[in-house]
Design a protein around this ligand. Structure first.
Ligand code: GCB
Length: 609
């Protein structure tokens, strides 16, 4: 769907039904697909020239742009003037960011044109085809065989275009203009503390479906019950009532339902004798959904997540979230995570730390993360890049944030590991900001009533009483958890201030510390008062943990951060060199002293939560 149309609809319509009936995205990962990953030819285009008809416009400013790189033209005769040539251009890996693949593109934040050639054989007559992009940062214009399919905005969520009738058996050319320029009105905006990796950073696939197909489903244990599943199966292209079968062979369960006029079959059924999913027993069941000529299958876990007073209840039992924050970056090579193995590497390190929970900061990570977390038994916090101060009063900024959140929820709604949707990170309180975020909260409750909602909020101290830390945020009235970042000992005072702090968190809700930490260069040693040494960071952890335990409602934490990560804001020579050093693990994979302090704390928490 055309992006502008989509934005308008997003602001006007009820999102749930719009998105669910639209496309094959949500079920794409459960299907056989043709991978378009691999080497793609690229043209780096800092002046955004590839859009225009270079043969006309330089002499005639009013000329209608009719050409461009998306046509992938070749000279028909030697006298033809064509000033680009994909066949002889450089190439890059897809999926992959361009910054870490090519030294000259390290700091590049602009346009790259990608081209992929492919042949395609449909399985049968009457099938439909969709081109699916796992993510492109930040803006993608997609053209197939010279025809524009549409534009997607937002760097971290999947999108797709129906291409039925547009494919040839031989010689399809798919051209994508990806532009990674930061924009003031964007989500995120121009200022962040992470690397702005551009490119086709996630898988590109061609998904084939029957004319009527399973476009989405949701199956979750109902809140307040431990054995009742409720949800739906959504068909696209259904013209009348259609039969749908849902089966869980291992549990010998088979259910039949029929779709309504909107192509949706509502389901509610008991799930006796199932092993509930948890970090201790991450049990997944094979789920098969069949309707007419279509079938999808994937692995799914069942669990409940709720709060009661200041407790977080997983499958009805109180749980302490032993977490860590994570960027979607492989520190060993400094680039975006692109494979299931890289996702497992990072989550494996979190498990070694003793975690049962990971905060995927500050944007939707690769969908491999949630799948790996499902298998490994890690609970997840997922977030959208509403970060620091974005344009709260701009309706297009809201529509953009709402769209990214919707695409994330639609993608991961069946992952048992995901328990918290986070609306934002460190957004200074103002009326416009709170209104914006409360609207995101209402949208999320509509799209997914089964999970918890939070946001990384902030603390403050009154000037007359710097030892008191207060968390007061009108947003906390509508979130399920009160989560906040705090940097006492790093940006505020030194670790020796920690024992003096008293807390005021006036909410009867679970409290989660979404960030704390300090920089240390792995291998740099000194006394505990010397900044950037491992000893300073270890002391900060040693003093912070008892300080946080004084908060009676404390039910978890995700210290900042598992690994050092690239950030252009971090310029201190010989210490940072373009890396934020708050990782518990250095750039080379070596664990710093603080890793072991937190590991010990989590071991204690695991045995006596
Ligand atoms: C924060 C931000 C995080 C930064 C971190 C830091 O509060 O949420 O994105 O990287 O502090 O290191 O300053």
């Amino acid at each position: 769907m055309n992006y502008l149309l989509r934005l308008t609809l997003l602001t006007l319509a009820s999102l749930g039904s719009l998105i669910a009936s639209e496309a094959a995205a949500s079920s794409a990962s459960a299907r056989q697909t043709l991978s378009l990953n691999g080497r793609w030819r690229v043209i780096v285009d800092p002046y955004d020239n590839g859009y225009v008809n270079y043969r006309l416009d330089r002499f005639d400013a009013a000329a209608k742009p009719t050409g461009g790189y998306f046509l992938d033209e070749k000279p028909a005769t030697p006298s033809d003037l064509i000033e680009y040539n994909f066949d002889q251009s450089a190439s890059l890996n897809v999926p992959g960011d361009w910054n870490s693949q090519e030294a000259t593109l390290f700091y590049y934040e602009n346009t790259v044109w990608y081209r992929r050639l492919f042949d395609f054989q449909s399985k049968a007559a009457g099938m439909r085809q969709f081109l699916r992009f796992g993510g492109a940062n930040y803006e993608a214009d997609v053209y197939l065989n010279g025809k524009k399919l549409g534009r997607h905005v937002g760097g971290f969520t999947p999108f797709e275009f129906e291409v039925t009738g547009l494919l040839r058996e031989k010689g399809n050319f798919l051209v994508v203009r990806v532009n990674s320029q930061r924009k003031p009105e964007g989500v995120p905006t121009v200022n962040t503390d992470w690397w702005n990796y551009g490119g086709l950073t996630r898988d590109v696939t061609l998904v084939e479906t029957p004319a009527t197909f399973i476009s989405d489903y949701s199956l979750q244990l109902k809140r307040g019950t431990s054995g009742l599943v409720s949800g739906y199966v959504q068909l696209a292209g259904a013209t009348g009532p259609q039969a749908v079968t849902v089966s869980l062979p291992e549990l010998k369960l088979e259910l039949k339902a029929s779709t309504d006029k909107d192509g949706r079959a509502a389901l509610e059924f008991p799930l006796p004798q199932a092993t509930l999913w948890s970090p201790e027993t991450p049990k997944l069941y094979e789920l098969v959904i069949t309707s007419g000529a279509d079938q999808v299958s994937e692995k799914i876990g069942f669990r409940t997540i709720e709060t009661r007073g200041s407790d977080i209840l997983l499958n009805g039992k109180s749980v302490f979230l032993r977490g860590i924050s994570l960027h979607e970056e492989n520190p060993l090579r400094g680039g975006r995570v692109t494979t299931p193995d890289e996702a497992r590497l990072l989550l494996g390190w979190a498990k070694d730390l003793g975690c049962n929970f990971v905060r995927l900061a500050h944007y939707p990570h690769n969908e491999y993360m949630a799948r790996a977390a499902d298998e490994l038994g890690l609970l997840l916090w997922e977030e959208v890049p509403v970060y620091w101060t974005i344009h709260w009063n701009d309706p297009s900024t809201y529509a953009n944030a709402a769209n990214q959140l919707t695409e994330l929820i639609n993608r991961d709604r069946n992952r048992a590991s995901v328990i918290i949707w986070s609306m934002a990170n460190e957004t200074p309180v103002s009326a416009a900001r709170t209104d914006f975020l409360k609207r995101l909260v209402s949208l999320t409750r509509k799209l997914d009533p089964s999970r918890l909602i939070s946001a990384a909020m902030e603390r403050h101290s009154p000037t007359e009483d710097p030892k008191t830390s207060i968390v007061e945020d009108p947003l906390a009235e509508v979130t399920d958890l009160v989560s906040f970042n705090q940097y006492i000992g790093w940006y505020v005072g030194t670790p020796d201030d920690c024992p003096k702090v008293t807390w005021k968190v006036p909410y009867d809700k679970p409290v989660l510390i979404s960030e704390f930490g300090g920089d240390a260069l792995q291998g740099l040693h000194g006394d505990r008062r010397t900044r950037f040494t491992e000893e300073y960071q270890a002391d900060l952890y040693r003093q912070t943990l008892p300080m946080l335990e004084k908060i009676p409602q404390l039910r978890g934490m995700t210290p900042w951060i598992l690994c050092d990560f690239r950030s252009p804001r971090r310029a201190l020579p010989n210490i940072q060199d373009g890396w934020n050093r708050k990782g518990l693990i250095g750039q080379n994979g070596t664990r710093k002293q603080a890793f072991y302090i937190l590991q010990e704390f989590y071991a204690r928490k695991a045995s006596a939560p």
